[in-house]
Design a protein around this ligand. Sequence first.
Ligand code: CA
Length: 247
Amino acid sequence: MSMATQAPSRRDASTSSIKPRVLIVEDETALVELLRYNLEQSGFRVSVAYDGEEALASVQDDVPDLILLDWMLPLMSGIEVCRQLRRQTATANLPIIMLTARGEEGDRVRGLDAGADDYVSKPFSPTELVARIRAVLRRIRPALADEALSYADIVMDLVGHRVTRASKPVHLGPTEFRLLRHFMEHPGRVFSREQLLDAVWGKDVYVEARTVDVHIRRLRIALNGEQQVDLIRTVRAAGYALDATPG
Ligand code: CA
């Protein structure tokens, strides 16, 4: 029977950053609880599988953003779980950090050979482990390592230059992208056209103030689609703001 705790796969876009979900695969309950506590404190969502088969079943149900995979597991070793995940298209690039009591160089090489992205020997400090998780995510899933901005239901991946609203892709030109980024970095703040020109186009570029209006209009059309709430507020005689609060 699967004991995996399934967190919802939908990303919570109402918070200031995306919370990545980590699947802990470990049979030692005390260590699981220690890891769960530290990861949740560090802003991750956590699911748990207590053996190798349960881990594969859990990933099949819902692919996490990263797996912390213990080497010594009942039923199937962590190495075998890692190999199987690497063989499947959906999980071929899933970030995996192996945990192990073994600290020998040969084991480290075997773990990395099996496809793990990193390898942490027990005992480890939770702080170091969290740093390693962030490093692996930054390398493999930059959008999940604080290199994304979110506001209301808009998510901006600053590395992949992708924007979604309510999980649907939004296609923006380069100027609209920079404009939205500026708003997302300062939500709620009103910017005059001149301030937006300086911030988005640059101080040395001569562009008429009404150009800002043109790009704001394009940004609105791209973001709002047919029926989304308009999150860009026009402030008469002052400028524009990204603002989800009504009125
Ligand atoms: Ca174990």
